[in-house]
Write a protein that binds this ligand. Structure first.
Ligand SMILES: [Zn+2]
Ligand SMILES: [Zn+2]
Ligand SMILES: [Zn+2]
Ligand SMILES: [Zn+2]
Length: 750
């Protein structure tokens, strides 16, 4: 995973800085010189970032508690927070009840010394306190959000009398906090400081010595490096690069000033889509525009022409004159990847064939700006200047509509998003955090031949299949999966592996091209409580794609427990509640009551009652796919049988002898019902000591009645359900893509 080296790098920078602080303030923080307790560890910062990713709260919401009349106002002393208040701030903001006390203490020290490493003269708060604004400003720069909103928020934090004016020393303080956040994110601040200083002199346009909110926001919004720091996301403006901070490990040049990127880590801004690279400070100096992503008129539709962007051709040969291309001397077509000397661009063939990814690319000449009259339904595809984008089918291609859940699999989602923006047209790559699946489905709805790729966990795939159902599309595009995170059972069954491990995405695109369409059964699950007034947890889903279970399901508990061990930071209060339930569910009392599970269960498959008398039963599982909880197969292998053909046609099979030869099929409009003996058995299946549960039925419909509260789960989401009736019936089939069997077992199958 390529996210890791960057984290290490950040960690390195962070250690250096915090070491310096600790040394400087040794008498204040810790007594012993060998003592490392007082310093911030690299792992602290990584953990802090994890906490922030998992928290749903915004700084500005938490701030309210500390203002006069707020819940925690007693910890605010003028502009300052005491140490207890600081810890409460962290606990509230990060939604972690038991935030480690020593970690809190170290962070408190860190903020206490804010003023010393900045260039401002504000007096240090007395008596072990920190400035509330500094803390808020720092965290708000790091959290997700729109740059404009962040600029306004930080301004208002320091505008205490609310008159809409800041003096220059106050703006300096904001910048100091931003620099600290930048430092934390791995920026070389020695390069950033002059850029921001320059911005400061430019900001105060009327030379009044004070800065208005308007001046501040305008200055900030025109400063590219600052916008990148504030987390500027995709702007979707034609010709505008999508910048991100990048560290290069080999000599790299700035395409604006033509000189090298220097300094620690050779950092600069690099465009996600076209890899155009500049110095941080050169981003404001009219860089070449980014590649076009659509054409301006219908006349240009279907006319393939190269889009040349300055590139590091790395001594490659020019494909026109076949001579080597020297540094800064060449360009690359962003679609077909051909390289040419800048002087050879116009002598070569202008027609672009989109190279080896031709089948997947939706090129700019397939997207045009339509007038309102031509189409008034497609309001979701409007450019910033109000033009409506319309798509056209390019013959013999199957453009790929990519959806990425950036929250899946740690940093993997973000990385995959960036890579696809580069490999394909950024307009065919959608971040699910921005409005979910419908903008992308709407954009592609005029095409009659396309494919979908979902990058995320099984839950993300389910989300997309639901959205496809609801979008009422003319054609039902087949769906491929790039599994992010771990334990993805559906992806595994479709041969996409249990989790992506960072292999070359071009190879995965080739696999998608070679894939076959397979139908996947999907099931409606209806849960009707016996007593409508008895409040249980909400039922997580109405559709089952993978599996459903009732009763002792130790592997779920196992999953939660192992997750807690692996990712302690993921256990925010919501997860803790779930865990508490699971601990309860597998505790002796529940386990004991699940021992008599058959006494409180009534099961009917297609009108035929299941006889549970001769089985010892602590759990029941309904399986649509042959994998559960990250690869356990509860049904197991089946022996071959000649009598199978006869059984294949029946709606329901319960004969134990016939069941022995029944195998699972994700498109047979039937599911399998398995009985589980108990925690021990589940544990054994999970650890592969035992191969399967007790086969009870293969059926196309099931009704289950329960007479007491029992733990249940659908597709891995557990809940506690009071007595109820459950109906599972066939909903539909989704078109899924499955790669050829030989390749899948290779490089990314897990
Ligand atoms: Zn430059
Ligand atoms: Zn670009
Ligand atoms: Zn080209
Ligand atoms: Zn040439």
């Amino acid at each position: 995973m390529s996210g890791k080296p960057l984290l290490k790098e950040q960690a390195f920078l962070l250690t250096r800085r915090t070491d310096a602080i600790v040394k400087q303030y040794q008498p204040l923080s810790m007594a012993s010189s060998e003592d490392t307790e007082g310093s911030l560890m690299p792992v602290d910062f990584i953990q802090l970032q994890q906490y922030m990713e998992d928290s749903s709260l915004r700084v500005k919401d938490v701030m309210k508690d500390f203002y006069p009349g707020g819940r925690l106002a007693k910890h605010t002393h003028g502009e300052c927070l005491d140490s207890e208040g600081f810890c409460l701030f962290l606990k509230t903001y990060l939604e972690v009840e038991d935030f480690p006390a020593d970690f809190c203490k170290r962070l408190f020290c860190y903020f206490q010394h804010t003023e010393q490493d900045g260039s401002t003269n504000s007096p240090l708060p007395k008596g072990g306190r920190v400035f509330l604004q500094d803390v808020s400003c720092y965290f708000s720069v790091l959290e997700e959000g729109q740059p404009r909103e962040k600029l306004e928020f930080t301004f208002k934090l320091y505008d205490k009398d609310g008159n809409g004016l800041l003096d220059s020393s106050e703006v300096d303080r904001i910048i100091t906090q931003m620099m600290r956040a930048a430092d934390y994110l791995g920026w070389d601040v020695t390069e950033l400081r002059p850029v921001l200083k320059e911005m400061m002199t430019a900001i105060d346009v009327d030379n009044s010595g004070t800065v208005t909110l308007e001046e501040w926001v305008k200055g900030g919004m025109n400063n590219v490096p600052l916008l990148v720091l504030l987390g500027l996301k995709m702007t979707e403006k034609n010709g505008q690069h999508i910048w991100r901070l990048k560290h290069f490990n080999r000599p790299t040049y700035c395409y604006v000033c033509k000189s090298m990127l220097l300094g620690l880590g050779k950092q600069g801004l690099c465009c996600n889509c076209c890899k155009y690279t500049v110095h941080n400070q050169c981003a404001n100096n009219n860089p070449d525009p980014c590649a076009r992503t659509f054409v301006k008129s219908k006349q240009e539709i279907g006319k393939p022409t190269h889009d040349w962007i300055k590139a590091d051709c790395n001594s490659s040969k020019c494909q026109v004159c076949f001579k080597k291309i020297k540094i800064l001397g060449g360009s690359r077509c962003v679609w077909c990847q051909e390289m040419r000397h800048d002087d050879c661009i116009n002598t070569g063939i202008p027609k672009c064939d989109c190279g080896e990814l031709r089948d997947h690319i939706l090129p700019p000449w397939a997207i045009y700006t339509a007038s309102k009259q031509e189409d008034d339904t497609n309001i979701l595809n409007v450019t910033p200047d109000g033009q409506i984008l319309q798509t056209v089918q390019i013959p013999d291609t199957h453009p790929l509509l990519v959806f990425v859940n950036p929250k899946s699999g740690g940093n993997q989602g973000e990385r995959v998003l960036r890579k696809f923006q580069y490999l394909l047209n950024p307009r065919q790559v959608y971040n699910l955090s921005n409005g979910g699946p419908s903008p992308g489905l709407q954009f592609f709805r005029n095409l009659h031949q396309y494919k979908i790729l979902v990058c995320g966990g099984d839950g993300t795939v389910g989300w997309l299949l639901d959205a496809i159902d609801k979008a009422d599309l003319q054609v039902c595009p087949p769906v491929a999966v790039l599994p992010l995170g771990t334990g993805n059972d559906m992806a595994r069954c479709l041969r996409w592996g249990g989790g992506y491990e960072g292999s070359d995405l071009t190879e995965i695109l080739k696999e998608i091209k070679a894939s076959e369409v397979i139908a996947l059964d999907r099931w409606s699950i209806q849960v009707i409580p016996n007593n409508l007034n008895e409040a249980g947890d909400p039922v997580p889903y109405e559709i089952m794609n993978n599996y459903f279970s009732i009763g002792v399901d130790a592997s779920i508990a196992h999953r939660f427990h192992s997750m807690r061990e692996k990712h302690p930071q993921k256990f925010n209060s919501r997860m803790k509640n779930k865990l508490r339930y699971l601990e309860f569910a597998t505790s002796e009392s529940i386990s004991a009551s699940c021992k008599k599970l058959k006494d409180c269960l009534f099961i009917e498959c297609c009108g035929k009652q299941l006889d549970l008398n001769n089985v010892s039963l602590e759990g029941i599982a309904v399986l649509n796919i042959p994998s559960m909880h990250g690869g356990s197969n509860l049904w197991g292998e089946s022996k071959k049988s000649d009598s199978l053909s006869e059984a294949e046609h029946s709606q329901v099979i319960t004969d134990p002898e016939v069941l022995k030869s029944v195998s699972q099929d994700i498109s047979d409009r039937r599911f399998e019902v398995v009985g589980l003996e108990g925690v021990l058995e589940m544990g054994q299946i999970y650890t592969r000591l035992k191969s399967a549960g007790h086969r009870l039925a293969q059926t196309s419909q099931i009704t289950i009645r329960t007479s007491k509260a029992l733990p249940m789960q659908i597709d891995g989401e557990p809940w506690m359900q009071p007595p109820c009736t459950i109906h599972i019936t066939h909903k539909n089939q989704a078109n899924m893509l499955m790669p050829p069997p030989t390749k899948a077992s290779g490089f990314f199958h897990k």
